[in-house]
Design a binder for this molecule. Sequence first.
Ligand SMILES: *Cc1c(COP(=O)(O)O)cnc(C)c1O
Length: 365
Amino acid sequence: MDNNLDKLIKPELLKVKSYIPGKPIEEVKRELGLKEVTKLASNENAIGPSPKAIKAIAKDLDNIYQYPESNCFYLKQRLSKYLNVDSNQLIIGNGSDEIIVLVLRVFVKPSDKVIIADPTFLIYEIQSMVNGADLVKVPLKDFRHDIKQMKKAIDSNTKLVFIANPDNPTGTYLTNDEIDEFMQGLPDDLIVFFDEAYYEFAKDKEDYPDTLKFIDKKNVIITRTFSKSYGLAGLRVGYGITSNEIVSYMDKVREPFNVNRVAQVAATAALDDEEFLNRTLKFVHDGKLYLYKQFEKMGLEFIQSSTNFVLVNLKKDCDEISNKLLKKGIIIRNMKNWGLDNFIRITVGTKKQNKKFIKALSEIL
Ligand SMILES: *Cc1c(COP(=O)(O)O)cnc(C)c1O
């Protein structure tokens, strides 16, 4: 059919790559006829959701015929106490992914420069391209953001710099000193976006930066999420911390009911579930030590991670090994799309899942 669609589509969309998500467990079961499938591909919380969140959801289910609070009043109140910032400095998103979309919508017009690391979280690139941005990709150095080169890349056309801290897919983070040096003397007419999706896993490191100190001084946005450490990925809820002024512009471009009722209730309750958070941090810590040890035994190079996943170099084409793992019922993240042809990224699982993965990987290698 010649419907001239390519002339109707916004030209910037013609260049946009599609995001390829990790396959859901049920789909892999169906396709391969497997009974048991372990997914260690999307950095979900392997011990499940926060029990306090589940209880709160159960209590509120009868109310789902009502629209949610447009302004996420209770969640913002709770977060405001937790973070010690004003409620009006918070924006809640349908996942922290949505905050990335909103920021680009507010600030970036075609040909504005956006600076990202290469590789990093894929959504920055995809959504920047959707907005027609002129994307500048600064290669990693030793599997870390090359923050000095990223700063050098800033010019008068630059609108936005994305810093994933800790980074995905590497799991590394920039230190307090490195961030301070980066922020020093930065021009005022650009936005620095700190994506702290793995904040809870990194916060106890002595030199992990406290970026909240910048929100009243510079144009910065900090995002965090309930998807990883709180185990609520399926509900889609994350938040941004910034100035009240920036929040008010983002409010103009977001849908009025962007965060559903169940997500708001669950996230508010999860913030009170310290026991669950601590249990999560402990199993992730122990799981990483186990994986590191096994990788060392197998002679595999890996990157020390401050998140709930580990990037590992198989020294062989990762397509083949990913497929073999899949046939054994294990889904991991093949890093080819990120340009890391010999790498896989594995989410820390339960003890049993980690063992199953290591056993399968040793058999394959
Ligand atoms: C998982 C992840 C997110 C997205 O989280 P949601 O809140 O689920 O949208 C954002 N940034 C990075 C770096 C991530 O790995």
